[in-house]
Design a protein around this ligand. Structure first.
Ligand code: PLZ
Length: 444
């Protein structure tokens, strides 16, 4: 196990055109055998990673400001994780937890019970992907309440399976012609301060009145919400929106499910995004950052809800796989050891003011928002709030050409999101911000 030896430098370095010749060759092979239904963001093929740097097959060192969509929060190739995973692989890779159990699964559930908000008995079930976790949270809420309706929000993203497509808001590319979709899903307006100008309580009143008039409180099993929306555009609801919704849920016997798959595990400067407003969900879904790149997802909730399910009602062959749980335990202890919530706050303290400064001279930036290291800016046609997706595309392309991995998102495709590994160094962050500033300048 030579996880600590590495020849990757800590600096961004572009040594070929991007993508380079070897990447282009691999890409030609890909086109022949990989479904064109998978999008291709930045087709540079990766060989190794370390910290916030990815080394590609042509020897380019790329600065990663996306963390594989908020997954490698602890950075690439962390020795503690590599060692834990390697040891587990050498011990055993699979038994199926429902057949013969192992301690790692139990330990991850102990951590989830402790880390998620709420001072009450909690139990968890583990799965392979975020979408699977969301599906299971919905199953639990419906069974426990005996109700069917699920409330979701404009701009929401919850996955690509049949049920989670129905929960997801955006048609293209996620849903188009993939129907029919699951029934009993009701969508209400999100709090989106830049676009609706409402304060949190007013936005919550708007959503609640729609739920009461169009669905009826006693039909609602659950409200499912991303405390900060991810794919939908890093929409940070106005203060008071989440608390008002969660209070209404409590008063009406409705399960409040926080989808923390993208916002959770230190990303926003706390272990979970709901913590910023003291909101205590009944159920929390987690994935992504939880296991440092190994596929693992969790559904954690009040024991009386999670245990309402009949024995055998939850499961799956691979859910909570021993290698993935080993990775999660190493990830969580790394997050604790390095105090990554504090690191995420420090990143926000550098990046948010910088972006706000850039916005002063760049009328294409309509809004800068985020918490901790979950940060975005929304691009508009100058002087309007009309989405400017072309500008987002050109900024991402510019960054890519300079060897910086940056991601876009948003219902209108006009938001640039920054999700750096939380271990990114100050010089790396400065370097990335410099490229971003040039990209914004070039797009303006
Ligand atoms: N809930 C809040 O962000 C995954 C999707 C990438 P899976 N977001 C990245 C893509 O285009 O497929 C996500 C999320 C929130 C659920 C999910 C779904 O998680 O692990 O991708 O299934």
């Amino acid at each position: 196990m030579s996880s600590t030896t590495s020849s990757i430098g800590t600096e961004r370095k572009v040594v070929t055109e991007l993508p380079g010749p070897k990447s282009r060759e691999l890409h030609a092979r890909r086109s022949a055998v990989v479904s064109s239904g998978l999008s291709q963001g930045f087709p540079v093929y990766i060989e190794r990673g370390e910290g916030a740097i990815l080394l590609d097959v042509d020897g380019n060192q790329l600065l990663d400001l996306g963390s594989g969509i908020a997954v490698v929060s602890i950075g690439h190739n962390v020795p503690a994780l590599v060692d834990a995973v390697s040891a587990q692989v050498a011990a055993f890779t699979h038994t199926c937890f429902m057949v013969t159990p192992y301690e790692g699964y139990v330990k991850v559930c102990e951590e989830l019970a402790q880390l998620t908000p709420g001072d009450f008995a909690k139990t968890s079930a583990l799965f392979n992907s975020g979408a699977e976790a969301v599906e299971n949270a919905v199953k639990v809420a419906r069974l426990a309440t005996g109700r069917q309706a699920i409330i979701v929000f404009d701009h929401a993203y919850h996955g690509r399976t049949n049920l989670t497509m129905a929960l997801t808001s955006k048609n293209m590319p996620y849903k188009d012609h993939f129907g029919p979709f699951a029934p009993e899903i009701y969508r209400v307006p999100m709090s989106y301060p830049f676009r609706d100008g409402l304060d949190g309580p007013a936005a919550a009143a708007r959503a609640i009145s729609q739920i009461e008039s169009q669905v009826g409180a006693t039909n609602v099993a659950a409200i499912l919400i991303e405390p900060i929306q991810g794919e939908g555009g890093f929409v940070v609801p106005a203060d008071g929106f989440l608390p008002a919704l969660s209070e209404w849920a409590r008063a009406n016997g409705v399960v409040f499910i926080a989808d923390e798959i993208q916002s959770g595990f230190c990303r926003t400067g706390d272990w979970f995004a709901v913590n910023h407003e003291g909101v205590i969900p009944d159920i929390v879904t987690t994935a992504k950052g939880l296991a440092g790149g190994m596929p693992l997802a969790g559904v954690t909730g009040r024991a009386e809800l999670m245990n309402a399910v009949h024995e055998g009602g939850l499961g799956g062959t691979y859910g909570g796989n021993p290698v993935a749980t080993a990775a999660a335990l190493a990830t969580i202890s790394t997050m604790r050891d390095l105090d990554l919530p504090a690191r995420a706050r420090a990143i926000g303290d550098v990046v948010l003011p910088r972006l706000r400064g850039l916005a002063q001279d760049a009328p294409i930036i309509g809004d800068v928002r985020g918490r901790g290291a979950m940060i975005a800016f929304e691009l508009v046609k100058p002087g309007t709030t009309e989405p400017h997706a072309a500008a987002a595309k050109s900024i991402v392309n510019y960054c890519n050409q300079q060897g910086v991995i940056a991601l876009s998102c948003g219902t209108y495709g006009n938001v640039i999101r920054l999700l750096p590994p939380l271990v990114i160094t100050e010089p790396q962050l400065e370097d990335g911000l410099g490229v971003l500033a040039d990209a914004i300048h070039a797009a303006s």
